[in-house]
Ligand binder design. Structure first.
Ligand SMILES: [Zn+2]
Length: 760
């Protein structure tokens, strides 16, 4: 799924001082983890590899895969899976389809109508557009809806809640507006969509509408489809609203694969289905509802791009919302190809992209799926020429990502034990457009993926994609300090992963070091999850010459080869330790900022500030008084960061000695013991009992936010406890996270022990 193109995220703000590691760098031209001899061979194979992916093939694959709607359970979803299987086989790869049976609701009845003060019936229909042939395939299109909304039939006053995130409800409280018993209307963006009905239900709403405001991805941004790439008046963003921050995958089989005979929860007991009915609508359908609202005028930053004064309500607009779904099981088709490793077959490098879409899905997900196919085709050719990857490579075309990361989650849950011993890394892509390489993932792979980016050419500027991204980041940096770091730090910082695509089960459930890669930032658009995300739109407005599809195949394919072929796995822990140290400082600062804010607000209450500044014609409710947060003991966290930092430095020094002077020691059989230790490094970070109230998420450093959805929360146990002002839990989670970091430090020290034996 991934967030729409417009929200291409800039790098996280950089605040820490430049860190110059002062460790032995590998000589120019060397490849981390390779001997001089194996690096030479690797470079030759990689150059051959990068010459193979072809824009014409990418275009032909996209035309085929996006030719008809292919959501979970549709005939063309299965047809595509079989076609992908045949392709893998025709490339000479061993491949098979793995199936799972999952709960996937599809709508039978949908209705939204304004019943007072006037009457208006929402169309809930995206029209076919002339010149866009696949937009007319109505018989096969899933209607616009939000998957995993509970069935419901409610009539209630309407309240506008802006993005519908927790901060918006705090604002409503001050404005004296309650959503109890109301239907809320929220605009898309500001959070992952599933947060909106979740927070609305927590505040007592009985229904939820989510609409696409033209300010975010319609005419405020640019010309609308088909004249331009932006969302037309009747375009609707479909999407899942399942409570995935609790657990993704089949709602009926949490933690285990949804195989034929798996034990299933009754639908009524599935905790990830929404508590209130929810439906997405277009701005064409939303405009009359919003225009009928009275009550207070919304705060200025709540106004969207519709030509009306935005009011909050409640009422006089009353809305009737009805949704009823077919709650049957549907079959998933994951296509899995394997290239057995020649030397270390039990070390797996896994690469995936989903193949299911909401409708035709040329951008999401086919633009990421077709480079994956070209990578596989290229590997087939290299194998015929004698290339033998050292490790096993697994290529996966996942089904059911859109509803709930279904195909990847069920596969990971089914193979969890094997993955825990064998998985080296998981590399994901999803939507791919034009522009800049974004690099997100595990910080133990930060240095590795920076190296790959330095070796990949940008098709527009002919700079390396690394250089181009560095220049973009400098252009967007807010402070001189940030610019200095971007110029001086050896590697660009990679962004931590929250959720939003198939890396989640690998990274956050099993602890497999993961990367999410793609190009974007130059194509805006408003066709995300609509019938207009199709071949016509993509080949008119996005990567029209497929050169960025080729760049993605070159980037990810090179990364997979390099991980699969390295004598010693190229993880680097100094960047990880430094980054975790920054996170530890952030959570300590979060506590201090919370204390300062509450102290100041309580003082303002004591001094009568809110009464003194109240406008009696636009009254505001004073905020509630809060207890001052206690001081917490962050020392265990600081000590654990220190342990990890020392282990990382020690490993890096030993590694530098081993790689020096041609690095012949890296190829000695004893290096296997280093790899055996290294492969467990990320797993150690996911060794916890899981996050409070959501044990499926086990990673101590990265998780999707319980109230942000896709957005990452780093050191989530600690950070979210502070945000939720749960002080005993914060204190306890500091200890839990510290133990996980200590566990990782132990693993890195074990790898250093082995490395020191190789290079004393
Ligand atoms: Zn996607």
């Amino acid at each position: 799924m991934r967030t729409p193109a417009r929200s291409f995220a800039p790098l996280a703000p950089l605040t820490a001082a430049v860190v110059l590691l002062g460790l032995t760098p590998t000589a120019a031209g060397d490849l981390r983890g390779f001997t001089a001899e194996s690096a030479k061979a690797e470079r030759e194979w990689e150059a051959k590899f990068r010459a193979i992916p072809s824009p014409d093939s990418l275009r032909a694959y996209m035309r085929r895969l996006s030719a008809r709607p292919h959501h979970v359970g549709s005939p063309y979803d299965k047809d595509n899976a079989e076609w992908i299987l045949a392709k893998f086989k025709s490339f000479g790869l061993e491949a098979q389809i793995e199936t799972f049976d999952v709960l996937f609701p599809t709508p039978k009845e949908r209705a939204v109508e304004l019943v007072a003060p006037t009457r208006f019936v929402a169309k809930l229909q995206e029209p076919a557009l002339p010149g866009d042939p696949t937009s007319a395939q109505q018989a096969e299109q899933l209607p616009s809806y939000n998957a995993y909304s509970i069935d419901g039939d409610v009539t209630a006053p309407l309240v506008y809640v802006n993005y519908g995130v927790p901060a918006d409800y705090e604002r409503l409280e001050r404005l004296g507006v309650s959503v109890k018993g109301a239907i809320v209307i929220a605009r898309y963006f500001g959070s992952w969509r599933g947060i909106k009905p979740k927070v609305a239900a927590e505040h007592g709403a009985v229904g939820c509408l989510i609409y696409s405001d033209p300010r975010e991805d319609g005419y405020t941004q640019g010309d609308v489809y088909p004249q331009g790439p932006w969302r037309p008046r009747d375009g609707v963003q479909r999407g899942s609203v399942m409570d995935m921050p609790l657990y993704p995958g089949d709602p009926l089989t949490p933690g285990v694969g949804a195989t034929k005979n798996a034990k299933r929860l009754p639908v009524s007991e599935a905790p990830t289905i929404t508590k209130i009915p929810v439906l997405p609508i277009s701005y064409g359908d939303a405009q009359p509802l919003l225009a009928a609202l009275g009550g207070r005028v919304a705060p200025l930053d709540w106004h969207g791009g519709l030509g009306i004064t935005y009011h909050i309500g409640p009422g006089p607009a009353r809305v009737h919302l009805r949704i009823k779904s077919d709650w049957g099981l549907k079959t998933l088709y994951d296509v899995i190809a394997r290239i057995p490793g020649a030397t270390a077959p039990d070390e797996w490098v896994i690469r995936g992209n989903h193949h299911d879409a909401w409708v035709n899905g040329a951008e999401d997900p086919v633009s990421g799926q077709v480079p994956l196919l070209e990578e596989a085709r290229a590997y087939g050719q290299l194998l015929k020429q004698g290339w033998q990857p050292r490790r096993t490579i697994i290529y996966a075309a996942w089904d059911g990502e859109e509803p709930a990361l279904l195909g990847s989650t069920e596969w990971v849950e089914t193979h969890a034990d094997e993955l825990a011993t064998k998985a080296v890394a998981y590399l994901n892509s999803d939507t791919n457009d034009r522009g800049y390489l974004f690099m997100q993932g595990s910080h133990s792979l930060e240095n590795f993926i920076n190296d790959v980016a330095r070796d990949t050419e940008d098709p527009e500027t002919k700079l390396s994609v690394w250089k181009r991204e560095q220049q973009r980041a400098i252009a967007g940096a807010r402070t001189a300090e940030d610019r200095q770091e971007l110029r001086q730090r050896a590697d660009l910082r990679i962004e931590a992963l929250g959720s939003g695509s198939d890396y989640t089960p690998f990274l956050q459930h099993v602890g497999v070091a993961s990367l999410n890669l793609g190009y974007g930032g130059e194509t805006g658009g408003g066709i995300y999850h609509s019938i207009y995300d199709d071949f016509k739109w993509y080949t008119t407005f996005s990567d029209t010459s497929f050169v960025y599809g080729r760049a993605l195949a070159q980037t990810v394919g090179t990364a997979v080869m390099r991980l699969a072929d390295a004598d010693v796995l190229p993880y680097q822990f100094t960047g990880l330790a430094e980054t975790v140290g920054r996170y530890a400082k952030e959570v300590a600062k979060l506590l201090k900022d919370t204390q300062d804010t509450i102290r100041e607000r309580n003082r303002e209450l004591d001094e009568g500030l809110f009464a003194a500044t109240n406008d009696p014609r636009e009254p505001l409710v004073p905020p509630a008084r809060q207890d001052l947060p206690p001081f917490l003991n962050f020392a265990p966290l600081d000590n654990a960061v220190d342990l990890l930092t020392r282990a990382a430095d020690r490993y890096e020094r030993a590694f530098g000695r081993a790689q020096a002077n041609g690095g012949a020691t890296l190829a000695r059989p004893e290096a296997r013991a280093v790899n055996a230790a290294l492969i467990q490094s990320e797993r150690a970070l996911a060794s916890t009992a899981g996050l409070p109230r959501r044990p499926w998420y086990r990673h101590a450093v990265y998780a999707p936010g319980f109230y942000t959805g896709y957005g990452v929360k780093t050191l989530p146990g600690v950070r979210e406890a502070i945000e939720q002002r749960n002080w005993p839990e914060a204190e306890q989670q500091i200890v839990v996270v510290s133990k996980a970091l200590q566990g990782a430090a132990d693993v890195v020290n074990r790898a250093a022990d082995q490395m020191e034996k190789l290079a004393p």
